[in-house]
Design a protein around this ligand. Structure first.
Ligand code: ATP
Ligand code: MG
Length: 176
């Protein structure tokens, strides 16, 4: 791919589609030979369909799960231990700063910052020090204002309807 300036893309909001948007972008980038790394905060369950698919079909898509609790189907995220969060952040930061990847995804990092488990400044510093060519995706509800200000793209997914409210339970292939 041609040399270009990396972008910071933020997917936030209370509707469904943020993590799947990041995964869709990863798939698209890999089709162009990009190397992708993803750290997933708040998730420690390898049973997610995307994790299984990556293990099975996408050996060049590197993934680290950095959470102890499963995510509840209503999108409420229980707190993880801070040590787990820090470990995931350090792995993602190392991947980002190594320059070995073209796209680095920090899934649910907005939630981690919103919960005060990671200082926003840690994230802004990392972004400012990254190699120029790397694209970064930050997902999760309640993206902090500082992150929104520095991002190149911010998309807010807004809930209009969600089947959960009609009593439909989380479903393999849709929610996980
Ligand atoms: P997805 O992973 O499907 O792209 P998301 O990343 O936008 O969703 P999160 O805010 O991370 O959603 O919430 C995590 C879980 O909660 C997912 O299983 C998702 O399907 C579900 N969810 C998302 N939005 C809502 C909502 N408005 N009401 C109920 N459940 C939701
Ligand atoms: Mg998500």
């Amino acid at each position: 791919m041609e040399k270009r300036k990396g972008l910071v893309l933020v997917y936030t909001g209370n509707g469904k589609g943020k993590t799947t948007a990041a995964l869709g972008l990863a798939l698209r980038a890999m089709g162009h030979g990009c190397r992708v790394f993803m750290v997933q905060f708040k998730k420690g369950n390898p049973g997610y369909g995307e994790i299984q698919a990556i293990y099975k079909y996408l050996p060049d898509f590197k993934v680290v799960q950095s959470g102890k609790n499963k995510m509840s189907p209503d999108g409420v995220l229980a707190d993880d231990e801070n040590g787990v969060v820090l470990d995931g952040f350090n792995q993602g930061k190392e991947a980002l700063c190594s320059g070995e990847y073209d796209l680095v995804i920090f899934d649910e990092i907005n939630v981690v910052m919103d919960h005060g488990q990671l200082a926003v400044q840690e994230v802004t510093e990392m972004l400012s020090r990254r190699p120029e060519h790397v694209d970064v995706v930050l997902t999760g509800r309640n993206a902090p204002e500082e992150i929104i200000n520095l991002a190149d793209l911010v998309s807010e997914v807004k809930e209009i309807k969600h089947h959960f409210k009609a009593g439909v339970k989380a479903r393999a292939g849709v929610e996980f």
